[in-house]
Design a protein. Sequence first.
Lengths: 224, 224
Amino acid sequence: MTVQRAVVLVSGGLDSATALALARAQGFACHALSFDYGQRHRCELAAAARVAHSLGAVEHRTFPLDLRQFGGSALTDDAIAVPEAPGEGIPVTYVPARNTVFLSLALAWAEVLGAGDIFIGVNAVDYSGYPDCRPEFIAAFEQMANLATRAGVEGKRLTVHAPLIDMSKAEIIRTGTTLGVDYGQTLSCYNPDGTGRACGLCDSCRLRAAGFAAAGLPDPTPYQ
Amino acid sequence: MTVQRAVVLVSGGLDSATALALARAQGFACHALSFDYGQRHRCELAAAARVAHSLGAVEHRTFPLDLRQFGGSALTDDAIAVPEAPGEGIPVTYVPARNTVFLSLALAWAEVLGAGDIFIGVNAVDYSGYPDCRPEFIAAFEQMANLATRAGVEGKRLTVHAPLIDMSKAEIIRTGTTLGVDYGQTLSCYNPDGTGRACGLCDSCRLRAAGFAAAGLPDPTPYQ
């Protein structure tokens, strides 16, 4: 039987770890892809490598991508602070076109590998107002991808899976726990300390902590 | 009156130089974007800088993007030779998902700049079998881009212009000549020598030379 390969975007966070576990559970040989995009905290990349290894990815690559050249986000521009209280509308932690860029590079790698499947751990329920976490964005990207590539021309279907898109954070955590994800290895915080411990205050930490509480599971996050 | 900004993809070749001239002729303040993607010939990037400067771009950036990490094309993989005779189907010079990746990064920059327009010099007539040079690909990318970004959510329209898409090479050359493009500054060849002179043999050289002949204009290309 032919090996079915998938490219899985792995950030080091809770959601993408769960997406990787789901891809593996579906039988895919998983090629994990992370981006060194000038994010403030290198420990995210260390978390991504831990997650890819422990969840059985056949390969993990970290692609250098200097989004600081463009700036425009609290995550890629030192002049913009990460807020510690929720705001209105699209938050300053939104990185312009980030998921479009990440999915495009996943598509490039998928085409070289002969992989017909890409997994991304976006979530529309807790999506914090990011436009590129909505189901209509994922559907439009998939449609474009099937016109962009050799595979599309040759009649092979490229599928973009966003298996968490309709899940609550609690459902994500319960799903991953069932599949053996060790969430103590993941990092979601926007403001971790030098050893990778979470702040417990930022949007991302708040959503994560509420998810463990709602799931009725212990929170293994190392906090500062 | 507000300045209307556009991001223009500039490769150093004939087509993208013409696209830049057309964007300027429409009154846009043009931000030229090139990619250092591991292409075999650094002189392409020198040509891009010359073109951006001489055609009045307000800014030119070269974004490093190591597509050699994925390989899969004669242009990004030393193990694959550039052919000197036309073949069937999608050629080996096709770089997987290249235009998708380039347009995604143009979109990221456009969003930071507040630009509502992106120009790309793709051409479907002489497109050599590349799937990501077809009009249906450009239309699908534009639709996706309007769902991906802050501008889309806020009801501002992002337009992807591919003004050369239905032109023959001769029409492109006549158009650019009318707008003052100096094609002697551009480089289209897949196999230039160390000083940037064209081979005259590869697919790209052949299409270009035939275009000048059909346009009835002298070919200013420096050949080896």
